[in-house]
Design a protein around this ligand. Sequence first.
Ligand SMILES: Cc1cc2nc3c(=O)[nH]c(=O)nc-3n(C[C@H](O)[C@H](O)[C@H](O)COP(=O)(O)O)c2cc1C
Length: 177
Amino acid sequence: MKHLILSCSLSPTSRSALLARRLESALAADGNTVKLIDLREVALPFCEANECYADPNVQMVTAAIAEAATVSIATPIYNYGVGGATRNLIALTGKAWTEKVVGFLCAAGGQGSYMAVMAIANSLMLDFRSLIVPRFVYASGACFSEDRITDATIEQRIDGLASDLRRIGSAITQVVQ
Ligand SMILES: Cc1cc2nc3c(=O)[nH]c(=O)nc-3n(C[C@H](O)[C@H](O)[C@H](O)COP(=O)(O)O)c2cc1C
C-alpha cells in the first residue's frame, strides 16, 4: 500500500514538517511504501484554474496523490484555517483526491484553532468523497522545542494516526480490488 505525506508549510523552520517526518517514520516501520513531498522543495504555481494544471510540479504532485491509498496533509494553521499553500495545493490537484483516505497533522500557535481543518476536510468529503480519518494531530507551539517534538502525547497521536491510515487504507484497498 502506498502512503503519501504532503508537507505544506513553506517556512524554513516549519514545525508541521517535523510532524510530517515523524509520520513518515511511523508508516515506514512496517515496510509500506511512504513518499513525502515537501512544498519547500517543490514549487507550485498559484491556482488560476487554467494553465496551472500543465505545470510539471503540479502534474507530479497530482500523480502522486492519485497513486496513493492514503494521503496525509501536514499543514500550518494560519488565520483559523489551513495555510494558503495547503488550500492552493488542493485547488491544483482536485479530482486526484477522489476516495482517498486522508489524514491531517497541524502545527498551530495555540489551542484555539483546533477545528481549523474542518472547512477543507468538508470540502474534500463533499467534492471528492475523501474518507477523512477522524484522528487529527494538532500540535501547538508548546509541543516543540527548537527543531524537535517534545510532547510525548503528540508522538502517540502520530502513531495512532499511522495505525488508522494502515487499517483504513488496507480495508479500502481490499474492497476496491
Ligand atoms: C500569518 C500567520 C497566521 C497564524 N494564524 C494562527 C491561527 O489562526 N491560530 C493558531 O493557533 N496559530 C496561528 N499561527 C501560528 C502558526 O500556526 C504556527 O507558527 C505554526 O508553527 C506554523 O506551522 P509551521 O511551523 O509548520 O509553518 C499563525 C502564524 C502566522 C505566520
